[in-house]
Structures are given as structure tokens and as C-alpha cells.
Design a protein around this ligand. Structure first.
Ligand SMILES: [Zn+2]
Length: 203
């Protein structure tokens, strides 16, 4: 939507335009947020701006698991106490936070950064699948847990990875069906998630 017509000072129009680019932020929300920021103190506004810049300047991707991190490898990949024979494959970094909150999983992770979605022109090459296969060459991995979301694209991605990994002689499991179909791992409560983990089955 073109919001150039807004009768407002140019810096406000610019802020509204930028906020409107964020996911889930429509023109009305963008205006509300912009006026909220206008009313907040200069200190608060600066803290927000600096937090955004710091994310871009300091956050990198772990060269092993592809999670977002400040150090490479990330703390999870470096942690010798964790079970390095298991890799849980997730769509997004936020899914790792959800699984870590359960405290029921102590293996490693791999972030795909998306799912296979022919409708959106996203194939396996657009995801961090090559990086996952490279990790499996080391021979330390005994189980791959496919924890993509329980929706059509998540299932299709899990099936694709299953076909790719099973011939390597590695056990491939999928989270149990406790998660409602069409739901998002990120928003699952801890009990549901831990049951889904414990009840995972070989596919
Ligand atoms: Zn890592």
C-alpha cells in the first residue's frame, strides 16, 4: 500500500513506511507504532534503534548448525555436555528457543531457515540442506529428529529430508502427533512439545 499521501511530517512518513515493511504490520499498526515512538523518550527511541543495528552488526550464523549466534561455532555446538549423536532439524532459530525451554532435549540442532514451498518458489537449494548433509559426513550422527512444523510444507520438507538421509544409514525420527496439524512449533506450549519429543517415532 502506498502511504505517501499521509498528511504528516516527512520523518514520520519515513518511519511509518519502514514499520509497514515488517511482517504482520499493516498501515494502521505502522501509524500507531510510529506515533508511539514519537511520544516515547529519546532514550527509549535510541535503545530500539541501537538494538536493531546491533542485530545486523553482531549476529552471524553458526557455520555448523546455522543458528543465529554471536560466536562461531555457537554455544550449543561447542557444548561438550550435549549429545552430539542427535541433530534436531528445525525451520527457524525461534524453534530452538521453544525446544530449549522444554529442557527435555540435549542434542544438537540444525536450522533450515525455511521450508520447501513450491508456491513461494522455495526449493531445497534455498534452505540449509547442503550444510546438514555435510555435517552427516562426519559419521558422529546417529539420529536426525525432524521437527519442522506440523503443516503441509513442514511435512513435505520432513519427507524430503527423510528420503535424503535414510540411505545414509542414520535413524530418522519425526516429532509425535501431539502437536495440532497446522500449528507452529514456536507457539506450542512446553508440555505439548516435550510429549511430542518423547513420543517421536522412526519414519
Ligand atoms: Zn551451532
Amino acid at each position: 500500500m502506498n502511504i505517501d499521501f499521509l498528511p504528516t511530517a516527512q520523518p514520520m512518513a519515513r518511519l511509518i513506511q519502514e514499520l509497514h515493511k515488517l511482517p504482520g504490520i499493516g498501515p494502521k499498526s505502522a501509524q500507531r507504532l510510529a506515533y508511539f515512538l514519537l511520544r516515547s523518550s529519546e532514550e527509549e527511541a535510541r535503545a530500539l534503534a541501537e538494538a536493531i543495528v546491533a542485530v545486523k552488526e553482531r549476529i552471524i550464523f553458526c557455520s555448523i548448525c546455522q543458528n543465529i549466534t554471536e560466536t562461531n561455532p555457537c554455544p550449543i555446538c561447542q557444548d561438550k555436555e550435549r549429545d552430539h549423536t542427535k541433530i534436531c532439524v528445525v525451520e527457524e532459530p525461534l524453534d530452538i528457543l521453544a525446544l530449549e525451554r522444554t529442557r527435555g532435549y540435549h542434542g544438537l540442532y540444525h536450522v533450515l531457515h525455511g521450508v520447501i514451498s513450491p508456491m513461494n518458489g522455495i526449493g531445497p537449494d534455498e534452505l540449509r540442506v547442503k550444510e546438514l548433509l555435510a555435517r552427516l559426513q562426519g559419521g558422529a550422527t546417529q539420529e536426525i529428529i525432524l521437527a519442522t512444523n506440523p503443516n503441509l510444507e513442514g511435512e513435505a520438507t520432513a519427507m524430503y529430508l527423510h528420503r535424503l538421509i535414510t540411505p545414509l544409514g542414520i535413524k530418522v525420527t519425526r516429532l509425535a502427533r501431539g502437536l495440532p496439524f497446522g500449528s507452529d512449533l514456536e507457539y506450542a506450549d512446553e508440555i505439548t512439545l516435550i510429549r511430542a519429543l518423547e513420543g517421536r517415532h522412526e519414519i
